[in-house]
Design a binder for this molecule. Structure first.
Ligand code: FAD
Length: 569
């Protein structure tokens, strides 16, 4: 019927997809449909409550993808959480709002993505943001900022929780971390992230609810007559037009909805925003990817891009846990982001040269693990970039989250730029079957070394005055399991048996030039297609030091402008 024809069809009403839907439907004369597998979570308390992190895990709105056995990390599978809802993963995430280090975004342009650098993305961080200036009470508890780093008029509310941790904590953390060489950073959202900080969250302070992509970009605009969300509907694959010898032309998307399988037609473009664990799988089901993989599942090749689904980069998370000597109320947002030098101290140059001398070997291993789908030289260039960021540009090496709450003081941490590379590929011709996800956690020694090095650093921080006065017993790992003088191998086995995914997968449909192993260009259009774009965490070519949503909102804002320029004269 006529209700299945639109100008733009967006697959995935998540963090990125809803930005694009909102901005494109600002053009009154185009129609936009969003296909979303999940449903509304507007009235889901697990989503809206600001103190409910984790409540949605394992519920119907969590895809809870299972990885392959992680052979370098003890052998077990991991759960990779992702939101299945209008609003996507922004409805279940930790709400932290931190961007990236300037040089990281600048590296995108250095790798061939013309127009993508910090200065060109920065206005879009601001465009998406509606910064909530801290109250006097929040300021007293450590909320601080530079005005020029923040936007006032965007849809996404960013600020500090209504109830923050007691004001006595920040000075104690500051004095402690200064002794470990980590200084206070008043506002890490200006492109310079190293330091101890009290970061903002994606929160509507006055309503005291999570501000996810749906609350920010969709619900206030749901009555636009040219914007339609088709929920509870699963996208199987792209439907192609007649082959005319040139670039492939998408005419719509095959979906399985409440009324069975049908096609939703797109007269202008199909945009995939299904997330970094799903967009590559949809491409493969549509005939775009590595010919060997498609052949195995009887899918005819439309465009040969062997890197689709490769280059998967996630981080690994462990936690230390202490008895608290006080009772803390309020939602803490303290993070320390030390550089590699601050973590490794005098050993830092030894660590750096060990990593450096092995990069070529790692690149070779990644290429072999991909059966040649990614080229050694391209992987090496990416690993070298990452090495330079860590050891020459001194970007943050780890995020250490500090959580005083109730009668406990815990810390979760993740090294920010692991060298391991994995993949996500379909494992069946049936689109409803989840893809095989293999992040290859701890594939290379420096990643496990980093996980141990940061844990040791955190233990030292909790032993340093004045922080040591706030905590009692170490419950985890605990000195009986990991003694004070524990060897690397003792720490490593603790890491392997307790780590989890940090839920920051990126890179599976990388924005890079085609000869460097990219799948989309700087216009985010899939190579070899006329009108298919990918706009979500898949396109981020290299892992970031910030949490992802702030940058994904900015990418989606900028991408929307690029698309609009094509259709408005
Ligand atoms: P998503 O937001 O996941 O959107 C994809 C959408 O596509 C989903 O709605 C999904 O249901 C839909 N979809 C998938 N397949 C199909 C299909 N075949 N048909 C139809 N629809 C489909 N980031 C931060 O910035 N701060 C944090 O504190 C933070 N904490 C996190 C905590 C957790 C537990 C997790 C899981 C992530 C966290 N992140 C955090 C990361 C961040 O939330 C995600 O990287 C980001 O939301 C991903 O956005 P996206 O647009 O790529 O995909």
């Amino acid at each position: 019927g006529s209700d299945s024809h639109y100008d733009f069809v967006i697959v995935g009403g998540g963090t990125s997809g809803l930005v694009v839907a909102n901005r494109l439907s600002e053009l009154g004369d185009v129609s936009v449909a969003v296909i979303e597998a999940g449903d509304s979570v507007l009235n889901n308390h697990n989503v809206s409550t600001t103190t409910g992190y984790g409540l949605s895990f394992g519920t119907a709105i969590d895809w809870a993808y299972q990885t392959e056995d992680q052979i370098y990390a003890g052998g077990s599978k991991q759960t990779m959480r992702a939101g299945k809802a209008i609003g996507g993963t922004s409805t279940i995430n930790g709400m932290s709002y931190t961007r990236a280090q300037k040089v990281q975004i600048d590296s995108w342009e250095k790798f061939g993505n013309k127009g993508w650098n910090w200065d060109s993305l920065f206005p879009y961080y601001l465009k998406s943001e509606q910064f909530q200036v801290p109250t006097a009470d929040q300021a007293a508890r450590g909320a601080d900022y530079y005005k020029s780093y923040h936007g006032e008029h965007g849809p996404l509310k960013v600020g500090w929780p209504k109830f923050m941790t007691n004001s006595s904590v920040l000075p104690i953390l500051d004095q402690t971390f200064q002794q470990l060489g980590v200084s206070y950073n008043r506002d890490i959202n200006g492109g310079s992230m190293v330091g101890l900080t009290v970061h903002p969250d994606t929160i509507d302070r006055e309503a005291n609810v999570r501000h996810d992509a749906a609350r920010a970009y969709f619900w206030p605009y749901e009555n636009r007559s040219n914007l339609k969300i088709i929920s509870n509907t699963y996208a199987n694959k792209i439907v192609w037009g007649e082959d005319s010898g040139g670039d492939a032309v998408a005419v719509g998307v095959e979906v399985r909805g409440v009324e069975g399988v049908e096609t939703i037609y797109a007269s202008k473009e199909v945009i995939l925003s299904a997330g970094s664990l799903k967009s590559p799988a949809i491409l493969e089901h549509s005939g775009i990817g590595n010919p060997d993989i498609l052949k195995k599942h009887g899918i005819s090749l439309k465009v040969n891009i062997s890197s689709v689904g490769e280059n998967l980069q996630d981080q690994t998370n462990n936690g230390l846990f202490y008895e608290g000597k006080e009772f803390w109320l309020g939602l803490p947002t303290f993070s320390a982001l030390p550089s590699a030098e601050q973590i490794y101290g005098d050993d830092s140059s030894t660590v750096a040269s060990r990593v450096s001398s092995n990069l070529a070997d790692y690149a070779k291993n990644v290429s072999v693990a991909s059966n040649g789908a990614v080229q050694e030289a391209n992987v090496l260039a990416a690993l070298q970039l990452q090495y330079d960021l860590v050891f020459k540009s001194h970007v943050p090496f780890a995020e250490i989250v500090l959580i005083p709450i109730g009668h406990s003081f815990s810390s979760e941490y993740w090294p920010l730029l692991p060298f391991s590379r994995g993949s996500v590929h379909i494992q069946s011709p049936d689109p409803s079957e989840a893809p095989a996800i293999n992040p290859n956690y701890f594939m290379f020694a420096p990643d496990l070394d980093a996980q141990v090095g940061v844990a040791r650093f955190i233990r030292k921080a909790f032993e340093t005055s004045p922080l040591n006065h706030l905590v009692g017993e170490e419950y985890a790992p605990g000195f009986e399991h990991v003694p004070e003088d524990a060897s690397d191998s003792v720490w490593q086995s603790w890491v392997r048996s307790n780590y989890r995914s940090n839920f920051h997968p990126v890179g599976t449909v990388s924005m890079l030039s085609r000869d460097k192993g990219g799948a989309v260009g700087p216009d985010l259009k899939v190579y070899g297609t006329k009108n298919v774009r990918v706009i979500d965490a898949s396109v981020v070519p290299f892992q970031l030091c910030g949490h992802l949503t702030s940058t994904l909102y900015a990418i989606a804002e900028r991408a929307s402008d690029l698309i609009k320029k094509r259709y408005v004269f």
